[in-house]
Design a protein around this ligand. Sequence first.
Ligand code: ADP
Ligand code: MG
Length: 355
Amino acid sequence: MSLFKDMLRDSESLFKDSVALDYDYIPKIVPYRENEQRYIASCIKPLLHERNGKNLLIHGSPGVGKTVAVKHLFKELEEETDEIYPIYINCWQKNTTYKIIIEICESLGYRFTQNKKTNELLAVVKKILNKKSAVFCFDEADKVEDFDFIYFLIENIYRKTILLVTNFKDWVIDLDDRIRSRLALEFLEFRKYNAEEIKGILNQRLKYAFVDGVWEETGFNFAAEKTADIGDIRSGLYILKEAGNIAEERSSKTITKIDVQKAISKLDEFKIKKKEELDDEEQMILGIIKNNSGKKIGELYKIYHENKGKGVYKTFQRKIKKLEENKFISTSKVLGGKEGTTTMVSYQEKKLTDF
Ligand SMILES: Nc1ncnc2c1ncn2[C@@H]1O[C@H](COP(=O)(O)OP(=O)(O)O)[C@@H](O)[C@H]1O
Ligand SMILES: [Mg+2]
């Protein structure tokens, strides 16, 4: 019988609450971002005294906690007061003024949006919001296609704080001067986490997600190191979850370094398999983008030519589009910069949600 004593029974699980490993889970505390949250809170604070708030542009690489910090703060704000409407909008999905206004209506609980024009909806929003004050977060703001809604908010909502959040530093630099000055934007950068911080964050999530004591220390350390190499917490959450599943499949009561290795190879395999499907030219372009992440498409085309790339600009653009569709890269449009509208291109680790 003793042979089986280390085995997990059918009814047992290594997971206590696997939801804690979801990417959009909001933990009770967001460590290493206390200062950033305090700063954001200070921009909102005047609203509590019926004054106008400050507006803020938050930027930093993907996976450094921008979204989770703001959402966490909004949650706290909701618990603290009824006098401020916190309105969070992801502009990846809602990228036009009309869609954004509909979304605002929804978060205000206003349902009669059908058959109403943008102007009518704006009037509704204005009426509701001006009874109190409001904090808006426009996350992934670089995906927005028109800024009419911003001008509307500036002019019509009396007491507000507007937070714009983006992964692209250059988007900030090229942001329309009029918007910058009208909003009197302040800037807040979320720097990258160091290896120790990454370990701390993963350890916190591990405690929420797993039964106490199921992780072998060497296994967890290995997962944390790999995540620090990749630089995005999301990879770490994926590795922890997969390693747990792999250990459970073999009915183990502990999660070991070998389980972690298998989870990591799943991550790698997936990426390599996809990359191999790209042709030589596309691989080369991807390499260039990896080394020049965040540059404008015209500059990348120049580098591509210097590297003996033969395609004309149109072909180059098509390849960029393909790489974006397959999520090897992401692009963002800069509206009304010095050279008119232009596209910026960034290297992107495969989004792990695409598995
Ligand atoms: N300081 C932190 N504490 C807890 N979880 C974090 C922290 N920073 C990032 N995360 C987690 O890492 C993932 C990526 O963070 P996110 O806020 O989405 O990054 P960003 O918006 O900067 O791309 C999310 O699952 C998030 O919960
Ligand atoms: Mg985000």
